[in-house]
Design a protein around this ligand. Structure first.
Ligand code: MLT
Length: 331
């Protein structure tokens, strides 16, 4: 070996060593640039609202901005597939939810992700009781009248939702099956934010939606709440009766919103994100902002990655048959 080639080799070793150190430093320094958190629905809906509230505090803990990017379509499945295929470096996350992760597999024959194996769970950010809401001048003033009206006038009623497989779509499939009115005119929106605008405007008649989105409009009297699908009334909506009070005790359901990264996220990065989510939900201001909208804050066990994985497995099992039986198919 010549002196020159030995020098070259030593140089190469030094460069490789410094690159290794830089790589290690880079990993240690996570996050060292802004993080994108995708929301697979339009702005102003529950997924978006919860993502924005928790990410604001998580950004402080992480020392880097979490940027929310709304990319809607196909009940949220297009963007969810995009995140599943992203690099597992901690810079691409999604605020997933019951629709995209637990309902879509039963409805999309060509779904491009497996909700369990293609993601790294970070944790549940909010549990969202479902409320059945109508436009202000809908000809029913309580759940019994609402059910009777739907049974008598199935052709006259327009239901809004956020795309096949969304939480709004899924929870209304369950409602319609229970009351025996399986087919109604349905109008798909890019999220229940825009759907709610049209409900307030009277362009559509009703929807089943997550409370987070609805609370301000219910309290303002801009829409009517027929019933909340929880065992007890919510403190923030004391005048909204439960579905059991309205004669539908079997209709009990909540959605949930949780953060996922692509599969293969390094453990140290997952741990940092879990810690930031925990700090956000334990922060009194963040906690109150969510709770004031009716969002139920998951306890530490429920929101942990294993807790979210258990909720996901439960909902995949519970939703599979009724959704397949509905005959709906997502494209
Ligand atoms: C859903 O129905 O899945 C959500 O409400 C969609 C959204 O967040 O807009």
């Amino acid at each position: 070996m010549t002196t020159l080639s030995r020098r070259t080799m030593l140089g190469a070793v030094a460069v490789a060593a410094s690159l290794g150190l830089a790589g290690a430093a880079q990993a240690q320094a996570y996050p060292n640039k802004p993080i994108t958190m995708f929301v697979a629905f339009a702005a102003g809906g529950p997924t978006d609202v919860i993502a924005r509230i928790v990410s604001e505090h998580m950004s402080k803990t992480l020392g880097q901005q979490i940027v929310i990017e709304n990319v809607a379509g196909a009940g949220g499945t297009t963007t969810t597939a995009r995140v599943a295929a992203a690099a597992p470096d901690g810079y691409t996350l999604i605020m997933g939810q019951m629709g995209t992760h637990a309902a879509a597999p039963a409805l999309y024959p060509n779904l491009k992700y497996n909700p369990i194996t293609d993601f790294t769970p970070i944790g549940i950010a909010g549990i969202t009781p479902i409320v059945i809401v109508t436009k202000k001048d809908f000809p029913a003033n309580n759940l019994r009248e609402f059910v009777a009206y739907l049974k008598a006038n199935p052709d006259k009623v327009n239901q809004a939702h956020a795309g096949v497989g969304s939480t709004a779509f899924t929870t209304c499939v369950l409602l319609k099956a229970q009351i025996g009115v399986p087919k109604l005119n349905a109008v798909a929106y890019r999220g229940t934010g825009p759907a709610l605008n049209d409900l307030v405007g009277g362009q559509v008649d009703f929807m089943c939606d997550q409370v987070t989105n609805l609370t301000p409009q219910i309290l303002a009297g801009n829409i009517k709440a027929m019933g909340i699908a929880t065992p007890a009334r919510l403190p923030v909506l004391p005048n909204v009766p439960t579905t059991a009070e309205g004669g539908l005790p079997e209709y009990q359901i909540s959605g949930w919103n949780g953060i996922f990264g692509p599969k293969g996220l390094p453990k140290d990065i997952q741990d940092k994100l879990v810690d930031a989510l925990n700090k956000a939900l334990e922060d009194p201001t963040t906690n109150k902002r969510l709770a004031d909208l009716g969002t139920v804050i998951p306890n530490a066990q429920e929101r942990a990655p294993a807790g979210m994985a258990a909720v996901l497995a439960r909902d995949l099992a519970v939703l599979d048959k009724p959704l397949r039986d509905s005959g709906a198919v997502g494209q």
